[in-house]
Design a protein around this ligand. Structure first.
Ligand SMILES: Cc1cc2nc3c(=O)[nH]c(=O)nc-3n(C[C@H](O)[C@H](O)[C@H](O)COP(=O)(O)OP(=O)(O)OC[C@H]3O[C@@H](n4cnc5c(N)ncnc54)[C@H](O)[C@@H]3O)c2cc1C
Length: 385
């Protein structure tokens, strides 16, 4: 498969070989029944053993330097690996946040001690992170963050406040926390700092929240005067907003923003190959595949921008807006065109996957920033206020 001759993101023989290697590995894992393909498995498929296996393959921390356990590979190589994992519905949730944004975030802003402490575990697939940005009164309006980091003379901090919708905090080892270190909520984007906090801390309470599918993927996380040392501060005091915005480019731009439901499309295509397809089903399958291909080109171009050291924030917002809407549209289109009733129980894996897909739809256009907010970013990128 190539992405077009002369394209800056054309798939070279090396990339193609990497893709083949990942596919072979995943097919072996499927044959060994180490996982069952599922939609949205980058959020809900928490499997530490599978993550460690990927670490052993050298497919985590790919863009990190070897000095920190990484593999000195490019964002486009990482893209190829993540794309295959997502399309196969592999259980990658345990390491996803750590590998996607904490690896580059700590590399860019961390002290040498923080890099040594966290990066090798991330690359090995044994150290998992949660993101502590959102709060009950600060979601879209993230600058309204009220969680307080009170500084002490010895450089330590006392953390107080509540985070919410914190994916995987009940299972992760650590959290990156956005808190107000200076001033008050009226100061908005100034006075915010980031902290790396171990979630085993006795004064941090993690309360799982159940979502519509009955599973607990995210949490409320409460800081009860949690004292942390000076080494918890990530980057510069007061620079939290700028650091978080850079992190969000990684959080929003990846192929998980249009591939969450791709395992359903693949499963449906397999069903149609077995049963035969009507004209209408062929058209639906072809239309969805063409849309996915266009989104893939957009997402790849963001990976290429990151590889070039640029900041593709506006393009990342576009990919997430279009891609996350596509993830839900795909489910609705397959549901309308297929001959199967969605069922969460029973022995038809396709009916179960269809039902699970439907229950995940509401999350797609919310998590990582809602589509309304992303459209605002795109409009501002066009010079509009
Ligand atoms: C599955 C899932 C996982 C998540 N995981 C995490 C996580 O790990 N860590 C974390 O920190 N957060 C996480 N979140 C939180 C997510 O980032 C927020 O839900 C999101 O930013 C929206 O914030 P909110 O829920 O407070 O909604 P609100 O900000 O209250 O928005 C409500 C509605 O109003 C609209 N709206 C708000 N402001 C504007 C505006 N200015 N213009 C137009 N429309 C507007 C929004 O688009 C939305 O439709 C997760 C959310 C979900 C659903």
């Amino acid at each position: 498969m190539t992405t077009g001759a002369g394209s800056p993101v054309a798939e070279s023989p090396e990339l193609h070989a990497l893709r083949t290697e990942v596919r072979t590995f995943l097919n072996e894992q499927l044959a060994a029944l180490t996982f069952v393909p599922a939609v949205d498995n980058w959020m809900s498929g928490f499997d530490p053993e599978f993550s460690a296996r990927l670490g052993q393959q050298g497919w985590l921390g790919m863009t990190l330097p070897a000095a920190y356990g990484g593999h000195d590979r490019s964002p486009v190589e990482r893209f190829v690996v993540t794309e295959e994992l997502l399309a196969h519905g592999a259980p990658v949730a345990a390491h996803w946040i750590a590998d996607r944004q904490m690896a580059p975030g700590i590399l860019a802003n961390g002290t040498e001690e923080q890099k040594q402490r966290y990066l090798p575990g991330i690359a090995a697939g044994t150290l998992f992170f949660a993101i502590g940005m959102s709060e009950p009164e600060a979601g879209s309006d993230l600058a309204a963050v009220r969680t307080r980091a009170l500084p002490h003379d010895d450089g330590s901090w006392t953390l107080n406040g509540t985070k919410v919708w914190t994916t995987g905090a009940h299972l992760a080892h650590a959290m990156v926390l956005l808190a107000r270190s200076d001033g008050d909520a009226g100061d908005r984007q100034t006075g915010l700092s980031q902290f790396l906090v171990d979630l085993s801390h006795p004064d941090i309470e993690v309360r799982p929240l159940r979502s519509i599918d009955g599973e607990a993927h995210f949490n409320e996380v409460i800081f009860h005067d949690a004292r942390v040392g000076p080494e918890a501060l990530l980057g510069r005091r007061g620079e939290g907003w700028t650091q978080v915005m850079r992190e969000l480019a990684f959080e929003r731009s990846g192929p998980e923003r249009y591939l969450s439901t791709m395992p359903l499309l693949r499963a449906w295509a397999a069903e149609l190959r077995r049963s035969g397809a009507t004209e209408e089903q062929r058209i639906t399958l072809g239309t969805l595949t063409a849309q996915a291909w266009a989104l893939r080109r957009m997402s790849l171009s963001v990976a290429a921008e990151l590889a070039g050291g640029r900041r593709p924030d506006v393009r990342a917002a576009m990919v997430k807006d279009l891609g996350s809407a596509f993830e839900g549209d795909l489910v609705e289109a397959v549901r309308a065109a297929c001959a199967t009733d969605p069922r969460r129980t029973g022995d038809d894996p396709f009916a179960r996957m269809l039902a699970d897909s439907m229950l995940h739809i509401p999350a797609f256009t919310l998590r990582g920033g809602t589509n309304e907010i992303l459209r605002g970013i795109v409009a501002r990128g066009m010079g509009l206020r």
